[in-house]
Design a protein around this ligand. Structure first.
Ligand SMILES: C[S@@+](CC[C@H](N)C(=O)[O-])C[C@H]1O[C@@H](n2cnc3c(N)ncnc32)[C@H](O)[C@@H]1O
Length: 245
């Protein structure tokens, strides 16, 4: 069976395995991606934030701790929505159980839209970018991460077992659907080149302020060997955008 969008996360064993990995202290999302996201979003005090594909909303809890005024998450998986509701204070947060393609976005409402490792599940990225643009205030910011295009180009390395020391890049310029074996299931993701993301953002009316490939930092690792391994293959691509005047 092939899983699309959030459906894999509603498979009980996939969800449990994913959460076990995600919550490990040495998970690359915490060690490599999260510091870059936090640096780019900066001070969130008093901000109204929307998180697309928010998962269990642990990030929402962190943003609340940092002083954001209100946090909303859009999430397609009912397992994730249930976990998210347990994390958050309903007085200053809300979770919408919906796909980010179909959700009805309010106009000029948010100071910040974030999305962490969810937009590579979306087939029609241009549609979702248009909705995000519509939902941001004029001085709003959009910060998101996706799996690095080096990883999504080709599934041959994902099919091999064991720790990866290198990665096959193939079909790089053929954007589109890839079915990847992940956590014991076949999961559909969408490969786009860096240029493809950049152009889609520009076409949707965004001004790109920064692009990051999440260079691993030694001080974030407990194990130097793992740090050296993580210098080999880029895992994440992050964009920081504002709206074009
Ligand atoms: C890799 S997880 C990341 C979760 C969270 N952002 C984090 O960083 O911990 C991807 C999340 O995106 C959700 N997702 C994927 N496609 C979606 C869609 N089209 N609409 C809403 N949620 C989606 C999945 O259900 C899953 O919770």
């Amino acid at each position: 069976m092939e899983y699309r969008g959030s459906s894999a996360y509603d498979n009980e064993s996939f969800y449990e395995n994913y959460m076990r990995r995600r919550n490990r202290e040495d998970n690359p999302n915490y060690v490599i991606e999260e510091p870059v996201i936090l640096e780019l979003i900066g001070d969130v005090t008093g901000k109204h934030i929307l998180d697309l594909g928010c998962g269990d909303a642990r990030f929402g809890k962190e943003l609340a701790k940092q002083g954001c005024a209100y946090y909303e998450g859009v999430e397609g998986s009912s397992h994730m929505v249930r976990s998210a509701l347990q994390q958050l204070d309903p007085a200053c947060s809300r979770i919408h159980h919906a796909s980010m393609e179909a959700w009805d976005y309010p106009a000029r409402h948010y100071d910040l839209v974030v999305s962490r490792l969810a937009l590579h599940y979306v087939e029609d990225l241009q549609l979702v970018l248009g909705k995000i643009r519509h939902a941001l205030k004029a001085d709003g910011r959009f910060v998101f991460s996706v799996q690095h295009p080096v990883l999504t180009s080709c599934v041959k390395s994902a099919e091999a077992s064991g720790k990866r020391l290198d990665w096959i890049v193939d079909d790089y310029f053929k954007e589109g659907e890839r079915t990847e074996p992940w956590i014991g299931e076949q999961v559909v993701k969408y490969h786009r080149t860096i240029e493809g993301y950049y152009q889609a953002l520009r076409n949707a009316g965004f001004h790109i302020e920064d692009i990051r490939e999440c260079v691993p930092r030694l001080e974030r690792f407990r194990d130097e060997e793992e740090y050296r391994r993580r210098l080999r293959i880029p895992l994440f691509l992050v964009f920081h955008c504002g709206l074009k005047a």
